[in-house]
Write a protein that binds this ligand. Structure first.
Ligand code: ZN
Ligand code: ZN
Length: 264
């Protein structure tokens, strides 16, 4: 299975200062075969701007791609916040830029985000909040077509005013199954986001039981991403994920060029 890191942020994201060149150097050091930059674009994100300077981003990354072409396969992607309120903006943005790969992620719902206290979680039990999150994810994957993989399926596990933030997937398995089935039918995939290893000390987003479930339902399109916001995290735990994916039955990870899956 190829060693890739298909989710990383640089100084082109509002929440990172990382130098993309250092990401590349770290990727080479870690023995990765291919990486994809996926800086943030979230339209009308509440509170902070997550708008990428897209022309400068593309120009910078194209230059780096050329410079390092003999050492590393570099793709230029984007992580776009899927939000049903801004469907037209998102669609136009993706369709008018030459991205290799698009991660669709749910970072905000109805102009509320998950990070600051007192917002999305107000007046909800944990179960209600988690159910809302998965239902909105399902709505997004049904309504949007301009993305390749769904980002961090159960990312909500990081947030909320609860001592135990863990997600009890069994409570929402019917909704999660519908998310998987919709993705599979549309020719889209999921990622294993390894930032969960660090934050939660246990698993990726999603955990491997859910990755197994996706596989059992017929899902074969999968990527691995560290969601690095600093260069020292690039490539972290990729070997560990590959081992698990092979146990599940995956033959390889997926990579993309101009939003089309590479045939290897
Ligand atoms: Zn994200
Ligand atoms: Zn990210």
């Amino acid at each position: 299975m190829r060693k890739i890191d298909y989710h990383m942020h640089t100084c082109f994201s509002a929440d990172s200062d990382a130098d993309p060149k250092e990401h590349i150097q770290q990727a080479i050091k870690m023995g990765l075969e291919e990486i994809c930059f996926t800086d943030h674009q979230d339209f009308y994100y509440p509170g902070t701007s997550f708008d990428v300077d897209v022309d400068r981003y593309l120009a910078t990354m194209m230059d780096l791609k050329q410079t390092y072409q003999d050492q590393l396969k570099i793709k230029i992607g984007i992580e776009v916040g899927l939000d049903c309120l801004y469907q037209e903006d998102i669609k136009n943005f993706i369709q008018t830029h030459p991205f290799d790969y698009v991660i669709g992620s749910i970072h905000a719902i109805g102009n509320t985000e998950f990070f600051l206290p007192g917002n999305f979680f107000d007046g909800k039990t944990k179960e209600e909040a988690h159910r809302d999150f998965f239902e909105e994810t399902l709505r997004c994957v049904q309504q949007f077509d301009d993305f390749n993989c769904l980002g961090h399926l159960d990312y909500i596990v990081r947030y909320g005013p609860y001592e135990d933030k863990s997600v009890d997937h069994a409570l929402y398995q019917d909704i999660i199954d519908d998310i998987f089935k919709t993705l599979i039918k549309k020719g889209k995939g999921i990622e294993v986001n390894t930032s969960g290893f660090k934050d939660l000390k246990t698993c990726g987003f999603p955990n491997f039981d859910q990755v197994q479930r996706y596989y059992d339902l017929g899902g074969r399109i999968i990527t691995i991403g560290t969601d690095s916001h600093t260069s020292d995290r690039v490539g972290e735990n990729v070997d560990r994920v590959i081992e698990e994916l092979e146990k599940i039955g995956f033959k390889d990870v997926s990579t993309f060029t101009k939003r089309v899956k590479d045939s290897i």
